[in-house]
Design a protein around this ligand. Structure first.
Ligand SMILES: [Zn+2]
Length: 97
């Protein structure tokens, strides 16, 4: 995902435009792995293989995201882990690990 996309991406839930970008793996201006975080509705959206997964809650895939979140858990800020929708990341880890 090119970083310039941040200028046009909005949260699919509330259309909020001021998303936080947490980069896990970046090449030049391309984010390969990371998280987009909406500070308004506290939803996080994973960026997996360069693709931001910005879909409604009922289309989210917990198992797919769990593998991703497990890989990068040390790079996810605690404020997001403990305060995230549609899945609470800390809760996912305690229930599935
Ligand atoms: Zn939002």
């Amino acid at each position: 995902m090119k970083k310039q996309l941040m200028n046009i991406l909005i949260c699919p839930f509330d259309k909020y435009a001021d998303l936080d970008l947490i980069e896990f793996e970046t090449n030049n201006s391309n984010v390969n792995s990371g998280i987009l975080y909406c500070t308004k509705c506290i939803r996080y959206y994973p960026i997996i293989n360069g693709i931001p997964i910005m879909v409604p809650d009922n289309q989210r895939n917990l198992i797919y995201e769990y593998n991703f979140l497990s890989k990068w858990t040390n790079k996810i800020p605690e404020k997001i882990k403990s305060n995230s929708m549609p899945f609470n990341i800390n809760q996912i880890h305690s229930e599935l690990s």
